[in-house]
Design a protein around this ligand. Structure first.
Ligand SMILES: Cc1cc2nc3c(=O)[nH]c(=O)nc-3n(C[C@H](O)[C@H](O)[C@H](O)COP(=O)(O)OP(=O)(O)OC[C@H]3O[C@@H](n4cnc5c(N)ncnc54)[C@H](O)[C@@H]3O)c2cc1C
Length: 461
C-alpha cells in the first residue's frame, strides 16, 4: 500500500504530536538511518520512528492502529526481513542503556543495546552476558529468538537467562513480563521473535565468567577434508565444558580480513572451553595435531574478547542465509558436505558453518519457553554475499548445500538463523502446539494485528 502525500503528512503530524523521538518520512535525511546491517534486505516503511522511550513505542502502535498500518521494529538490522509501505518502522537504536546490578548479577538492557554495549558495561566488573558470536548483534532481537552463543554447550540457551521483559503489546499496552506476571507472555517471548509485541527493555542474569580458553584454528583449504573429518570424530567425545563450531570460509579480500585468510578457501575450527586453560588445551590437542594451522588464535582470552571466536564481519553486508538443524553428524554427512561445499565443489558461500549443539542446551530449562528444538545435535548455516557476479546464484547454491544434508536434517530450524517472514519457514521453528499457542497469544494481545508483520509466527488456519 502506498500512501497519498496528504496522508503521509497526516501520519507524520499524528506521530510527531505524541512522540519525543525523531519521526522521518522517506524524503527526510534521517530516514537513511534505518538502513539494516543486512544491506540486501529492502526496508522501506512509510515512516520511521526513532523511539526515545517506551512511551514513543506505545504511541506509535496507537497511531498505526488508527491509520490502518502495521508496526515493524528494528535495532541493528542483523536479522532484517523486508518491510514495506504498509508499515511504520520503530527503530530502537537510541534505547541503548545498560544498567548493571553487580551484587545481584543482573543487567537491565534497553531494546537498542547491542551485545557490545553490555560487554563494555559488565566485563570490567568480572561479569559476562550469555551473548552471541557477534557483539554488534542486538540483545533483544537475539534473545527473542532463543540465542545460541559461542558457549552454548556449557551455559545453554541465552534466553534462559532472561529475568523480565518490558513490552508494548499490539493494543499499545505497556507491560512488565516475568515468570509471575503475564507468565504466558514470558513463555512466548523467549523464542517467538516479534510475534507477541515490541520489547522495550530486558533484564538478564549475568555469569561470573572473566576469561576462557578459546579462539579459532584456521587451516588451509587443501586440508579441509582432513580437518572436517577429524572434527566430526573429535566432537563425539567432547564434554559440556567445551563448545565448538567449524566454518568453511571463502572470505573476500577486504582490509579487515587478515591476509592468510583473504581471497582463498580456509577452514576455521572455533573453540571455547571453560575451566582450566591446561584442560582446554588438552581437549583441543587432537585438532591441533591434524595438520599445521595457518593461524593458531586459540589462547586464554578475556570474556570481553568473545567476538574473536567467530570474528563475524562488523560492517553492513548484503547477506543471504540458509539453515537447517541436524539430528546427528554421521561420517557420511561430512562426505556429503565436502562434496557440495568443500574446496573443489565450487561453493558460492562465504561461510558454511556447522555448530555443535547439545550439552546444557539439551537439558530442560528452569522456565519453559517457546524455543523448540533443544534436542538438535548440530546447526548448519550458509552465508553468501549477494554481490555481482554471483548474487543471482548464491540462493540456489545455498539450497543445494542444505538439500545435500537433508538425510540428517530434523526438519526444524532456529528462529535466529536465516531470518524470514515466510510462514512455512517460521512454522519449522516450532512444534505444532507451540505454534498454536503463540498464534492464540498474538490474537489475545494484538487482536487488530497491528504487529503482524515481519518474523511473526502464524498458525495455519
Ligand atoms: C553476523 C551475525 C552473527 C550472528 N550470530 C548469532 C549467534 O551467535 N547466535 C544466534 O542465536 N544468532 C545469531 N545471529 C542472528 C541474530 O541473533 C538475529 O538475526 C537477531 O534477530 C538480530 O537481532 P538485531 O536486533 O541485531 O537485528 P534486527 O534486524 O534489528 O532485528 C531482528 C528481528 O528481531 C526483531 N526485533 C528486534 N528488536 C525487537 C524488539 N525490541 N521487540 C520485538 N522484536 C524485535 C525484529 O523485528 C526482527 O524480526 C547472528 C546474525 C548475524 C548477522
Amino acid at each position: 500500500m502506498s500512501l497519498a502525500p496528504a496522508t503521509d503528512r497526516d501520519l507524520a503530524a499524528s506521530l510527531r504530536h505524541g512522540i519525543a523521538g525523531v519521526v522521518a518520512l522517506p524524503e527526510d535525511p534521517d530516514y537513511q538511518r534505518i538502513m539494516p546491517w543486512n544491506a540486501a534486505v529492502p526496508v522501506a516503511p512509510c515512516a520511521a520512528v526513532f523511539a526515545a522511550s517506551a512511551h514513543d513505542v506505545a504511541a506509535t502502535v496507537r497511531v498505526a492502529a488508527s491509520h490502518g498500518l502495521t508496526v515493524a521494529v528494528q535495532a541493528t538490522g542483523h536479522g532484517a526481513v523486508p518491510i514495506g509501505a504498509e508499515s511504520i518502522l520503530v527503530h530502537t537504536g537510541a534505547l541503548n542503556g545498560c544498567v548493571v546490578d553487580s551484587r545481584n548479577r543482573t543487567a537491565w538492557v534497553g531494546a537498542g543495546a547491542t551485545w557490545q554495549h553490555v560487554l563494555d558495561a559488565v566485563t570490567p566488573l568480572g561479569l559476562a552476558p550469555a551473548c552471541g558470536s557477534a557483539p554488534g548483534v542486538g540483545v533483544v532481537g537475539f534473545l527473542i529468538g532463543g540465542g545460541i552463543g559461542p558457549l552454548v554447550r556449557s551455559i545453554g540457551l541465552s534466553s534462559d537467562y532472561v529475568r523480565a521483559f518490558e513490552l508494548v503489546t499490539g493494543s499499545g499496552e505497556m507491560l512488565r513480563v516475568t515468570p509471575e506476571q503475564h507468565g504466558d507472555l514470558f513463555w512466548g517471548l523467549r523464542g517467538s521473535k516479534s510475534t507477541l509485541g515490541i520489547v522495550t527493555a530486558v533484564e538478564i542474569e549475568l555469569l561470573p565468567i572473566t576469561e576462557f580458553y578459546g579462539g579459532a584454528l584456521y587451516f588451509d583449504g587443501s586440508d579441509a577434508a582432513a580437518v572436517l573429518r577429524a572434527w566430526q570424530r573429535w566432537c563425539v567425545g567432547l564434554p559440556e565444558s567445551v563448545s565448538t563450531s567449524i566454518a568453511l570460509l571463502q572470505l573476500p579480500e577486504l582490509p579487515d580480513v587478515p591476509s592468510p585468510l583473504a581471497g582463498r578457501f580456509t577452514v576455521a575450527v572455533r573453540y571455547v572451553a571453560l575451566g582450566s586453560a591446561f584442560e582446554g588445551a588438552r581437549l583441543l590437542a587432537p585438532m591441533r595435531e591434524v595438520t599445521e594451522p595457518v593461524i593458531d588464535a586459540v589462547t586464554v582470552l578475556p570474556y570481553a574478547a568473545i567476538g574473536a571466536v567467530h570474528a563475524d564481519p562488523p560492517n553492513p553486508t548484503p547477506a543471504h542465509e540458509n539453515h537447517a538443524l541436524l539430528r546427528e553428524l554421521a561420517p557420511e554427512a561430512v562426505e556429503a558436505l565436502l562434496a557440495v561445499a568443500g574446496p573443489d565443489a565450487g561453493s558460492m558461500q562465504t561461510v558454511v558453518e556447522l555448530r555443535m549443539l547439545g550439552g546444557v542446551l539439551a537439558q530442560p530449562a528452569q522456565h519453559r519457553s517457546a524455543f523448540c528444538h533443544r534436542g538438535a545435535a548440530f546447526a548448519l548455516t550458509t552465508i553468501g554475499a549477494l554481490v555481482p557476479p554471483i548474487a543471482d546464484l548464491v540462493p540456489a547454491n545455498a539450497a543445494a548445500i542444505i538439500d545435500a544434508l537433508a538425510p540428517w536434517s530434523t526438519g526444524g530450524q532456529l528462529p535466529n538463523f536465516a531470518a524470514s517472514s515466510d510462514p512455512e519457514r517460521l512454522a519449522r521453528c516450532y512444534d505444532e502446539d507451540t505454534l498454536y499457542w503463540l498464534a492464540a497469544l498474538a490474537e489475545r494481545y494484538d487482536p487488530a494485528g497491528v504487529l503482524r508483520v515481519g518474523q511473526v509466527a502464524r498458525y495455519p488456519m
